[in-house]
Ligand binder design. Structure first.
Ligand code: MLT
Ligand code: MN
Ligand code: ZN
Length: 307
């Protein structure tokens, strides 16, 4: 299977429109080698023609323009996007759905029940799309695997994870299973596995076991430090209050780097959903060097994996 990183940034992307932090300034002015990044999304394919979009970024149209091969042009109106799978109901993962409204048939959309609820109430994207091409809703049940035609050799298993429902969700401060999922994506022909979790606050035994099985671990690299947004004066919230485990551990608790250190040597470990404040975006930073010493990579838009 092929995995393509369409967007490697967290909400806001890089540069974020209203941000003048060092990373945003350098990315905006193309000074140094901080690459601009669009908001979080990946695409998966078994044949390089039909793709399953995982999360629909507000930057979806820009992402598709960067990948002309995702338009197979088999008909006057066509798309390589066969279906969309959602990991949560956050703005950076769902508003791209609105950009798919010109479809000629309802959009196959896979998400857990709490996500469909948020997308029918707080952010009513699903009823809204009903005025256009509509949505063919498929409920994901955490723990159960599913396949999506025409990529039937790819098996998806959703795992309920601790992270955060969006601010417009009734579950924001009282999470329910399915608000956030990680995906184990398996190529049943090649017997290869990807673990994907752009939002991960705590790593349960079940999640850890799935991470250990994967050949490619593509995980939440939002923040370097839990207090990063506070340190910048941008927010009063710690990483955990936003549903993210910081890369560096604190007070004896493991950070994402420590968790990735527990995985088998052969696995590729790649960070994605990286916030614009994160120092690892600068390939000349000490923090980036530290990641590399742990064998951890930083995703960039357009990065691809063949497994
Ligand atoms: C998050 O993962 O915390 C989101 O990126 C927040 C957002 O999109 O506003
Ligand atoms: Mn996000
Ligand atoms: Zn910034």
């Amino acid at each position: 299977m092929q995995i393509r990183i369409l967007g490697s940034g967290a909400g806001g992307g890089l540069p974020q429109w209203n941000c003048n932090c060092e990373n945003c300034r350098r990315a905006r002015n193309r000074r140094g080698d901080i690459l601009p990044r669009t908001q979080s999304s990946i695409a998966v394919s078994s044949d390089g023609v039909d793709w399953i979009l995982i999360n629909a970024s507000p930057d979806l149209l820009t992402q598709l323009r960067a990948h002309p091969d995702m338009q197979p042009a088999r008909a006057p109106r066509d798309s390589g996007i066969a279906a969309v799978v959602l990991c949560d109901a956050q703005i950076d993962h769902v508003t791209g759905l609105l950009m798919l409204r010109e479809r000629t048939a309802p959009l196959p959309l896979y998400a857990c029940a709490p996500v469909f609820e948020d997308l029918s109430s707080g952010l009513p994207v699903v009823p809204l799309l009903g005025h256009y091409s509509g949505v063919e809703a498929h409920a994901i049940v955490p723990g159960e695997c599913f396949t999506i035609s025409p990529c039937a050799s790819i098996r998806f298993t959703a795992l309920a994870v601790d992270s955060k429902a969006p601010p417009y969700s009734p579950h924001r401060h009282a999470a329910v299973p399915g608000d956030n999922i990680a995906l184990l994506i398996e190529d049943v022909k090649n017997n290869t596995r990807v673990f994907y979790a752009p939002g991960l606050e705590k790593i349960s035994d079940e999640v850890h076991a799935a991470m250990k099985e994967a050949d490619l671990v593509l995980v939440d690299g939002t923040f370097w430090r839990a207090s990063e947004m506070i340190d910048h004066g941008f927010s009063t919230k710690h990483a955990a209050e936003m549903g993210h485990l910081a890369l560096c551990g604190e007070g004896g608790d493991r950070g994402m780097i420590d968790w990735l250190d527990t995985l088998p040597r052969g696995a590729r470990k790649v960070l994605t959903h990286i916030n614009n404040t994160n120092p690892v975006l600068d390939p000349h930073s000490a923090e980036y060097a530290q990641l590399r010493a742990h064998g951890i990579e930083v995703a960039h838009d357009g990065m691809q994996f063949q497994l």
